[in-house]
Design a protein around this ligand. Structure first.
Ligand code: GLP
Length: 243
């Protein structure tokens, strides 16, 4: 069952995530956090970083797995998801960078990277709490519409809509946005013990309504959350406006 929480602001959503995650870290110091890029989780990471500092929570054993990475983009590129996760999560929270993995988008090894990544998640005991954003077309991670709901981590082609949406991170130039990515599959994401999806703004309203109230379909990847026993969707009023 999906729990829906409507909040007044991203900060309020961030505090809900921070409270849950801080409790998880206290209960299980070597817990596994599922991490996402995009603007939606930023307030949540900030709230968690503030709480970790205020309460002096020991995060030295916390492990992390990111959802996805662009294919063929240098990991040191400022817009690679490796750089983004370092900048937005690892550094502010003070996590051990060696314990936080991001899928490897290197084109020479990408063919086997997905299977290895899923194995590494399994070896770590699975993701305890996965944070998610949602694309305007309902994608989670980079699982675009049409992705199998049972999929594992693999290479995918980005849709034109996603490349248009993400061009803002590449000088507004769609030609600079990579055409492919490696992403955890929907099946991988569903294995996490707990999911928290964050969506803000009217641009997400349709995708949110389709995900929560529409039928479960690979044409709206986020609708797979309906299959998960412990999923929470936290939205502001604008993103909830079509519910
Ligand atoms: C990218 C990421 C997704 C993210 C989406 C939405 O496509 N791969 O994980 O959910 O962007 O981003 P934003 O939160 O900035 O709207």
């Amino acid at each position: 069952m999906t729990e829906i929480i409507i909040v007044k602001s991203q900060e309020e959503a961030g505090r809900i995530y921070a409270d849950r995650t801080a409790q998880l870290i206290k209960d299980k110091p070597a817990c596994v956090l599922g991490l996402a890029t995009g603007s939606s989780p930023l307030a949540a990471y900030q709230a968690l970083a503030a709480k970790v500092k205020e309460e002096g929570i020991d995060v030295s054993q916390v492990r992390g797995f990111a959802l996805d990475e662009y294919a063929g983009l240098d990991p040191n590129h400022p817009q690679s998801y490796r750089s983004t996760i370092n900048r937005t999560v690892v550094e502010p929270l003070g996590l051990d960078p060696a314990k936080v993995r991001v899928p490897n988008g290197n084109l020479d090894t990408i063919k086997d990277a997905g299977h290895e990544y899923d194995q590494a998640i399994e070896d770590a005991g699975g993701v305890d709490l996965q944070i998610l954003g949602i694309g305007t077309d309902g994608h989670i991670g980079f699982n675009e519409p049409g992705s199998s709901l049972a999929s594992g981590t693999r290479i995918k082609t980005l849709t034109e809509q996603t490349r248009i949406d993400n061009a803002r991170f590449f000088d507004g130039d769609i030609n600079k946005v990579p055409t492919h990515c490696i992403t955890q599959g929907i099946g991988t994401i569903l294995k996490a013990h707990q999911l928290v999806l964050l969506a803000f703004g009217a641009g997400k309203a349709e995708a949110v309504a389709e995900s929560v109230e529409g039928g479960i379909s690979s044409f709206c990847p986020a609708s797979a959350l309906q299959l998960h026993p412990h999923a929470t969707v936290i939205v502001d009023e604008a993103a909830a406006s079509r519910l």
